[in-house]
Design a binder for this molecule. Structure first.
Ligand code: SAM
Length: 293
C-alpha cells in the first residue's frame, strides 16, 4: 500500500506545487481520515459522487474505486492538470474546471440520473474553508436531488451546522441545515492530518437530506428571513430583535404573537426551536392575510 504522505510530497515536488492559502488548500495526509470519510459516505458502484475541491486527488483516488462515477469540481488550474494526469485512464472520472458556486449542479445530477441511470447522488469533500457556508447553503437551498453530503469543515463551523436548533452553539444556519437534513458528526481531525497544517481544527460531518421537511410552514422564504433577522441581533431578546428589524410591526404585536405561542417575552433567538419559528411565521402571515381582507 502506498504511503499517503510520501505520495503527496512526491506529487507536490513533481508539479512544483505550493499550497495556495487563498484557495483554502490544505491537503489530507492522514489515511485513517480518508478511510473514514469514504466509509461514512457509504458509497457503492450505483452511486454518482460529486467531489468539491479534489486538490491533488487523495480522496478522489479512493472514491474512484468505490463509486460508479466521480465528478470533480476544482477551481485551481494546476490541480486540474494533476488530476487529469493521474486519473484520465479511469472511465468513471470526470473533472469540471470551475468555481463550485457557479456550477449548475442540479443540471449535472439530473443528466447523470437520466442518461447514465444513477439512482443516488452524493457529495463528498474536504471543503475549502473560506467558502464553507456559501457552499453548504448552495447545496441545501438549490434542493439538489442528493442523498447525502459528507464533508470536512472547520470544527467550529461543523458544530454550528449540526447543532440541534434551540440548544447550544446555534446560529441562523443551524436552522437551515436542520430544515433540509438530518446531521451527524463523524470525526474530529487533528491539524497534523494536513499539509500545510490549517490554523483551525477540523471535523467531518454527514448531512442526510430529508425526504420531507420537519415543520409545516406557509412560506419557507419568509421563515428564513425571520430567522436571519432574529440572529442578526442575537444578544437582544427576540421581541426587540424582531421589532427593530420590522418583522413585528410594533412591540405590542410582537408581545401578542409571543403570548399566543406560549413564548416568554424575554426569550432569545437561540432558545427557539424550528417549530417555534415556523409558528411565528405562520401567525404573521395569517394576521397579514386577515388585514388584507
Ligand atoms: N481534496 C483535497 C484533499 O483533501 O487533500 C484538497 C482539499 S483543500 C481543503 C480544498 C480544495 O478546494 C483545493 O484543491 C482548492 O483548490 C479547491 N477550491 C477552492 N476554492 C474552490 C472553488 N470555489 N470551487 C472549487 N474548488 C475550489
Amino acid at each position: 500500500m502506498s504511503n499517503i504522505l510520501e505520495d503527496t510530497q512526491f506529487i507536490m515536488k513533481k508539479y512544483k506545487i505550493r499550497a495556495n492559502k487563498s484557495l483554502g488548500q490544505n491537503f489530507l495526509i492522514n489515511q485513517n481520515v480518508v478511510d473514514k470519510i469514504v466509509e461514512s459516505s457509504n458509497i457503492s458502484k450505483e452511486d454518482l459522487v460529486i467531489e468539491i475541491g479534489p486538490g491533488l486527488g487523495t480522496l478522489t483516488k479512493e472514491l474512484l474505486e468505490k463509486a460508479g462515477k466521480v465528478i470533480c469540481i476544482e477551481l485551481d488550474k494546476k490541480m486540474v492538470k494533476i488530476l487529469l494526469d493521474r486519473f484520465s485512464l479511469y472511465d468513471n472520472f470526470e473533472i469540471i474546471h470551475e468555481d463550485v458556486l457557479k456550477v449548475r449542479l442540479n443540471k449535472i445530477i439530473k443528466e447523470e440520473k437520466e442518461k447514465n441511470g444513477f439512482k443516488i447522488a452524493k457529495i463528498v469533500a474536504n471543503l475549502p474553508y473560506y467558502i464553507t457556508t456559501p457552499i453548504i447553503m448552495k447545496l441545501l437551498e438549490d434542493r439538489l436531488d442528493l442523498e447525502s453530503i459528507t464533508v470536512m469543515v472547520q470544527k467550529e463551523v461543523a458544530d454550528r451546522l449540526i447543532a440541534i436548533p434551540g440548544e447550544k452553539e446555534t446560529g441562523a444556519i443551524t436552522y437551515s441545515v436542520y430544515y433540509y437534513a438530518t446531521s451527524e458528526g463523524i470525526l474530529e481531525v487533528p491539524n497534523d492530518s494536513f499539509i500545510p497544517e490549517p490554523e483551525v481544527n477540523s471535523k467531518v460531518i454527514k448531512l442526510t437530506i430529508r425526504k420531507e421537511p420537519p415543520v409545516e410552514v406557509k412560506s419557507r422564504g419568509v421563515m428564513f428571513k425571520i430567522i436571519k433577522s432574529a440572529f442578526m441581533q442575537r444578544r437582544k431578546t427576540l421581541l426587540n430583535a424582531l421589532t427593530n428589524t420590522k418583522v413585528f410591526m410594533s412591540k405590542e404585536e410582537g408581545l401578542s404573537i409571543l403570548k399566543d405561542l406560549n413564548l416568554d417575552e424575554n426569550v432569545r433567538a437561540e432558545n427557539l426551536s424550528l417549530d417555534d419559528f415556523a409558528e411565528i411565521t405562520n401567525k404573521i402571515l395569517v394576521d397579514e392575510e386577515k388585514k388584507d381582507v
